[in-house]
Design a protein around this ligand. Structure first.
Ligand SMILES: Cc1cc2nc3c(=O)[nH]c(=O)nc-3n(C[C@H](O)[C@H](O)[C@H](O)COP(=O)(O)OP(=O)(O)OC[C@H]3O[C@@H](n4cnc5c(N)ncnc54)[C@H](O)[C@@H]3O)c2cc1C
Length: 261
């Protein structure tokens, strides 16, 4: 069984700070990491590899050449092969163009039984790429997956919703987007790290995956970010005065004024 895991290199948003004078995000020196949900997706694939024979785990990313470093991290965790879709033509992609490119990469890998993606990337935050990629490939998709069981020709997936869960049977090939509740990603092993630096990463440009430059990146993106800015700081807090009863009454009337209750 061939499993492809879509992984994205993202800035560690826990480390991003705001410049107090300019009010802009300080990205300098911010480390790049494997997107957290994607680490869960990779762990799910590796657990299937631990359980069953003949499982190959391939990791795929679209990104700049330095994304190869994150791919080596995935190899050190236990992935069998890594693919990097890297080309100037892919630059400025929105989710639509990103999923077209990822789908072309998955088609080129061939004979894929199962595709995993994270629910969401912590930088773009759209949660659109997984379902869009499935749609480009004509595959069924289950999102928000928190548990999986392999069946003969399908998957039983538990899908987490705000107020409950769904158990879904989906035939393979299919695409699943996963959440952190699914598992605890393993650490890289020392020998895994050594081997990861010996392994070759397959790098593909738009021609390699059979796409015209016009079908990738900014030129194939129906949305455009016109402006991005740091949200204004929240207003100062206010300490209510009086007896506990007066404070409670003032609080309730303020919440009423703001139509919060
Ligand atoms: C006009 C425009 C221009 C943009 N220009 C750029 C740009 O120049 N550079 C830039 O970095 N971003 C750019 N973006 C942001 C870009 O759209 C998103 O980073 C990208 O499409 C993924 O969306 P997301 O981060 O919301 O992923 P989500 O949909 O939240 O991700 C869900 C899952 O999809 C998979 N996934 C997402 N992206 C990738 C990927 N690249 N490779 C492999 N798997 C992936 C992962 O498994 C991830 O967990 C641009 C967006 C717009 C609208």
């Amino acid at each position: 069984m061939k499993i492809v895991v879509c992984v994205k290199q993202v800035p560690d948003t826990n480390e991003v700070r705001i410049d107090p004078v300019k009010g802009t995000l300080i990205r300098d020196g911010v480390p790049s990491i494997l997107n957290p949900d994607d680490a869960n997706a990779l762990e799910a694939a590796l657990e299937l590899k631990d359980l069953y024979e003949d499982v190959a785990v391939e990791v795929l990313t679209m990104g700049p050449p330095q994304a190869a470093y994150m791919l080596r991290e995935c190899l050190a965790m236990g992935a069998d092969h890594a693919y990097l879709l890297s080309d100037r033509a892919f630059g400025g992609a929105d989710t639509c163009a990103t999923s077209t490119t990822l789908a072309a990469g998955i088609r080129k890998i061939q004979d894929v039984d199962l595709v995993f993606a994270g629910r969401q990337a912590i930088d773009g935050d759209t949660a659109q790429v997984g379902p869009q990629t499935a749609s480009r490939l004509g595959l069924p998709v289950v999102t928000y997956v928190q548990d999986i069981r392999l069946e003969e020709d399908g998957i039983i997936a538990e899908r987490n919703m705000e107020d409950g869960c769904e158990i879904i049977r989906v035939r393979r090939p299919c695409l699943l987007t996963v959440i952190k509740e699914l598992n605890e990603p393993r650490y890289m092993t020392t020998w895994g790290i050594v081997d990861a630096f010996k392994q070759e990463i397959t790098v593909w440009n738009h021609e390699d995956v059979g796409l015209d430059a016009a079908d990738c990146g900014l030129s194939a993106s129906p949305t455009q970010v016109l402006r991005s800015f740091t949200p204004p700081a929240k207003g100062k807090g206010e300490r209510l005065q009086g007896t506990p009863r007066e404070i409670a009454e003032t609080l309730v009337s303020r919440l009423h004024e703001k139509h919060l209750i």
